[in-house]
Design a protein around this ligand. Structure first.
Ligand SMILES: CC(=O)SCCNC(=O)CCNC(=O)[C@H](O)C(C)(C)COP(=O)(O)OP(=O)(O)OC[C@H]1O[C@@H](n2cnc3c(N)ncnc32)[C@H](O)[C@@H]1OP(=O)(O)O
Length: 163
């Protein structure tokens, strides 16, 4: 798997797994992507606890399916960006793993500082380190250029049925 070279977290920022204290910052960032809805701190904590239980089958190293990372502004503790790589165990490719990049959002105050690219490169590398043979995502046409700058290329067509 090859990814763009912007992998190091910029000075003044750190990147880590999502935690309970990120509730306000994460929901604020995600509201710039889509409707978060009426999600409480308690519901947020329950989801994080569930994610922690979802270990990849057959693994003894603690590798998880749900991998949500945040970029934090060190001086303030503010959530600058959030995103997920979900690792799916397949039947095909001899039980191979595919990473799905989901719910990428950079807080508007922090856009244009390469943090989105750093986050995507981090999640792509995380998928590779967990054993994924590919990492894929769906996005709007307006974001294609961003993902191309992160080393992604067009493949297939997204389709959906809404419930
Ligand atoms: C799978 C999904 O979740 S798709 C949903 C993506 N998220 C959203 O649309 C939510 C709202 N938007 C955002 O959060 C942000 O604007 C993001 C995530 C799209 C980009 O994050 P940023 O941190 O602002 O981007 P970043 O500064 O890392 O840009 C990296 C490069 O991509 C370029 N770029 C950023 N956005 C775009 C875009 N929409 N189209 C083309 N190029 C772009 C930048 O100019 C930069 O180029 P450079 O390396 O030549 O300087």
């Amino acid at each position: 798997m090859t990814t763009n070279a912007t992998n190091s977290t910029p000075a003044g920022f750190e990147i880590r797994r999502i935690e309970s204290r990120d509730f306000a910052g994460v929901t604020t960032a995600l509201s710039g992507l889509t409707t978060v809805g009426d999600l409480s701190q308690s519901q947020f904590d329950d989801i994080l606890a569930y994610w922690d239980t979802q270990l990849l089958p057959g693994r003894t190293d603690g590798a998880r399916s749900y991998n949500t990372s945040v970029i934090i502004e060190s001086a303030t503790g503010r959530v600058a960006a959030v995103g997920t790589v979900f690792v799916e165990k397949k039947l095909i490719h001899a039980g191979g793993l595919v990473g799905h990049i989901e719910d990428i959002a950079v807080n508007p105050d922090f856009r244009g500082k390469q943090l989105g690219k750093v986050l995507i490169n981090h999640l792509s590398a995380l998928g590779a380190s967990l054993g994924c043979y590919k990492v894929i995502l769906d996005c709007d046409e307006k974001n294609v250029g961003f993902y191309e700058k992160c080393g992604y290329s067009r493949a297939g067509v997204e389709m959906q049925v809404r419930m």
